[in-house]
Design a binder for this molecule. Structure first.
Ligand code: AMP
Ligand code: FE
Ligand code: FE
Ligand code: ZN
Length: 279
């Protein structure tokens, strides 16, 4: 069976590796295809595609948008978006400006407590990348204030923690509309990460279908087979294509391996991609 990974991050957002290195890794792992799904940017897609053509890995253009949902955040993946789409570019520009303002606010809160993070320096160090909390987490680890990225989030950066600043989110409608207008297919990412009740999940999926979402990420790092079967049934009930991916971030999330997840539990068949792209 041909295996794929439809959820990966590069250093164009908060992954550790370049788009080229991500594609090379996919090749060395024997994956038939990967999608590059950076947070709020498709700027790595063309580089990944060029590398894919060189080494013989199918690269699917992708993006992951944070959308607001009942005071928290639901992630929407978009597959097949045109990275040059002007409507998409203009909204993403706005999101990056918004993120910049938020980063400045988080740095100010940290600075008030004597922890100095220079946003301008961060932006210089990661030119063209979408900078967010993961970069702050790495700074806190480097400064010896947190033990790991996870620890930095748990103690300082998660919602409800001292240095969390909420940013503006697109609505699910806006996210789906944007992805569809850019030629893509919207998919709800990692549905268990939102800790919804059964009723909450029903409400989310009904909303998702009503705004044009066409897929549900059923196979994901850490999701056991029982969970996967439950999600596959939900996807079928709502007429959604099942998708799957690891959410690989390179060394920034070292417990996650591209293509195979946390303990080899992840296996995403090529058929998922074919069915999704026919939608
Ligand atoms: P931001 O978009 O700047 O709010 O950062 C969100 C990103 O940070 C997510 O997409 C994850 O990659 C990462 N993240 C969020 N919460 C955690 C956590 N508890 N541990 C590790 N990484 C996290
Ligand atoms: Fe991330
Ligand atoms: Fe996500
Ligand atoms: Zn992701």
């Amino acid at each position: 069976m041909k295996k794929i990974d439809l959820h990966t991050h590069t250093d164009i957002s908060d992954g550790s590796e370049t788009p080229e290195a991500a594609v090379c890794l996919a090749k060395s792992l024997g994956l038939a295809a990967i999608a590059v799904t950076d947070h709020d940017t498709a700027a790595g897609v063309k580089r990944a595609k060029a590398e894919g053509e060189k080494c013989g890995v199918e690269v699917v253009s992708g993006i992951e948008l944070g959308c607001g949902w009942h005071g928290s955040e639901v992630h929407m993946l978009g597959y097949g978006v045109d990275p040059d789409d002007r409507g998409l570019a203009s909204v993403l520009d706005r999101i990056v400006r918004d993120r910049h303002e938020r980063n400045v606010k988080m740095a100010k809160l940290l600075s008030d407590d004597g922890i100095e993070i220079d946003v301008a320096e961060l932006e210089r160090r990661h030119p063209g990348s979408v900078i967010g909390r993961p970069h702050f987490a790495l700074c806190l680890v480097e400064a010896g204030i947190a033990e790991s990225v996870k620890d930095a989030f748990n103690r300082f950066l998660d919602p409800g923690r001292k240095y969390y600043v909420r940013r503006h989110f697109l609505s699910l409608e806006e996210g789906a509309e944007l992805i569809i207008a850019a030629g893509g297919r919207p998919v709800i990412a990692h549905p268990l990460q939102y800790k919804l009740s059964d009723e909450g999940m029903t409400e989310l999926l009904e909303k998702a279908v009503s705004v044009g979402v066409c897929g549900l990420e059923c196979r994901y790092s850490g999701y056991g087979e029982e969970t996967v079967q439950r999600l596959l049934k939900l996807a079928a009930d709502y007429g959604l294509c099942p998708t799957g991916g690891s959410d690989w971030h390179g060394s920034h999330k070292p417990h996650i391996s591209m293509g195979s997840g946390e303990h080899g539990e992840l296996c995403v068949p090529y058929d998922y991609l074919e069915a999704l792209m026919k939608r």
